[in-house]
Design a protein around this ligand. Structure first.
Ligand code: PLP
Length: 418
């Protein structure tokens, strides 16, 4: 379900014509639907409604403070992976008691910041990190609630760059070592082990990898309780896959019906760190056609958005559906590469794609761009980052303005004696 639909050949976001918004704000831009964001969140929240649970929105997926605030207003917590994300979550009004902090390179300053704000827990990724958190907590006279991020060695059958729970992966602590880490944590005065965490990957299209890892985690939870640890939370991470083109993605209820019986057995409050499933289909990238170009072997459609705006095609070989914002009757289909202006051969939004023929000035929508879209954008080639627009019914809000050339050099300095 999402709120990007065609009516009489024109693409709408909720009740607004995308072409009208493009006229006002110029291209390229990201466009989000408030209703899609909140209904995706609700669908997940309700699917797991039979068990005690907390949905933590994965801030890295789409970090705009308006989006995080929208999630907080729905009751979501936040999954953060840096001090900057913690700051965003707090600015957006997320209850600190609903914030979990993962990431394998937390600095001392970040740990101190999170402790001071009283977050729900740290997801600890190494024994040295465990020691540092204990040190900071003891020094500041507090106790840090923690979960160990276990690496269950599970193949999530996704792109290697987004598989995070294999034994070759840099993330988490091997299941076989986790027990020992918990015993250390139990003895240290600055640590309070209250949960178990995993995050096995992203864009997972099947509940089996979760089922397999949950069996392992449930056993660990039991052993920890035997040792007298009060394990109250099982955090299954994120990774629920979505439809980009023709994948079949399970609905939240399908994941829930497979997982809830297993989760029930843990006797814990379940935390989910959901990003893509909430944000992915809640956003599109709108771009204008600049040129049609005939190469020796290929036809290129050169557009004004590029890999610096949406890096997923270049980075993950990701396929995003692309379609004209205003459909033209009888336009023939042509096989093209949709490319941007950046000086890299890897700069493409689609390759060998059948698209209706387009002309300079036509608008194209790149769908399913709400997750890992703007959040991964950069200023490469000194391109200004594009605006983000949030639609709610008949209203459109600029939730991030287009950058200017002045923004590009903000903070830079030319030494006087240069
Ligand atoms: C990226 C990430 C998520 C979110 O993953 P999705 O696939 O977008 O749901 C959740 N937890 C952690 C620790 C992550 O790094």
């Amino acid at each position: 379900m999402n709120d990007f639909t065609y009516k009489n050949g024109a693409l709408y976001c909720e009740e607004l014509r995308v072409a009208d918004i493009a006229e006002k704000v110029g291209t390229p831009f990201y466009l989000y639907s408030r209703n899609t964001f909140s209904s995706h969140y609700k669908a997940i929240d309700e699917a797991f409604g039979d068990i005690p649970h907390l949905v933590c929105y994965s801030v890295k997926t789409n970090s705009n403070v308006a989006i995080v605030s929208l999630m907080a207003s729905q009751g979501a917590g936040a999954d953060v992976v840096s001090g900057g994300e913690l700051y965003r979550a707090l600015q957006a009004g997320v209850d600190p008691k609903k914030i979990v902090f993962a990431g394998l390179g937390k600095t001392e300053a970040e740990i101190e910041y999170a402790l001071k704000e009283g977050i729900l827990m740290f997801n600890v990724e190494s024994s040295q990190e465990l020691m540092l958190i204990n040190e900071v907590a003891t020094r500041t006279g507090t106790e840090a609630p923690i979960a160990v991020r276990v690496n269950p060695d599970i193949d999530p059958r996704t792109h290697p760059y987004i598989a995070t729970g294999l034994k070759q992966s840099k993330f988490g602590i091997p299941l076989a070592q986790a027990m020992a880490e918990y015993e250390v944590a139990q003895r240290l005065p600055g640590l309070n082990p209250i949960g178990i965490h995993q995050h096995i990957g992203s864009q997972i299209l099947d509940s089996a990898p979760f089922e397999n890892s949950l069996t392992k985690i449930t056993n660990l939870a039991k052993s920890l309780r035997v040792l007298g640890m009060d394990i109250r939370y099982v955090n299954i991470g994120g990774g629920f896959g979505i439809q980009y083109t023709d994948e079949e993605a399970p609905a939240p209820e399908q994941f829930a019906s497979a997982l809830v019986p297993l989760l029930n057995e843990t006797g814990c409050t379940v935390i989910m760190e959901v990003g893509r499933m909430i944000a992915g289909n809640a956003g599109i990238l709108v771009t204008s056609v600049l040129y049609n170009k005939q190469g020796e072997e290929k036809k290129f459609v050169v557009v004004d958005a590029a890999m610096n705006d949406l890096i997923r095609p270049s980075l993950y070989q990701a396929a995003h559906q692309i379609a004209p914002v205003v459909q033209k009757d009888g336009a023939p289909e042509v096989k093209v590469d949709v490319v941007g202006p950046v000086c890299e051969s890897g700069d493409f939004l689609a390759q060998d794609r059948e698209l209706p023929e387009v002309q300079s000035g036509d608008l194209l929508a790149v769908f399913t761009a709400g997750a890992y879209g703007f959040a991964m954008s950069s200023n490469y080639n000194s391109r200004t980052r594009v605006p983000e627009i949030l639609v709610s019914g008949r209203k459109a809000y600029v939730i991030r303005r287009r950058e200017t050339y002045e923004d590009l050099i903000r903070g830079e300095a030319i030494p006087e004696d240069l």
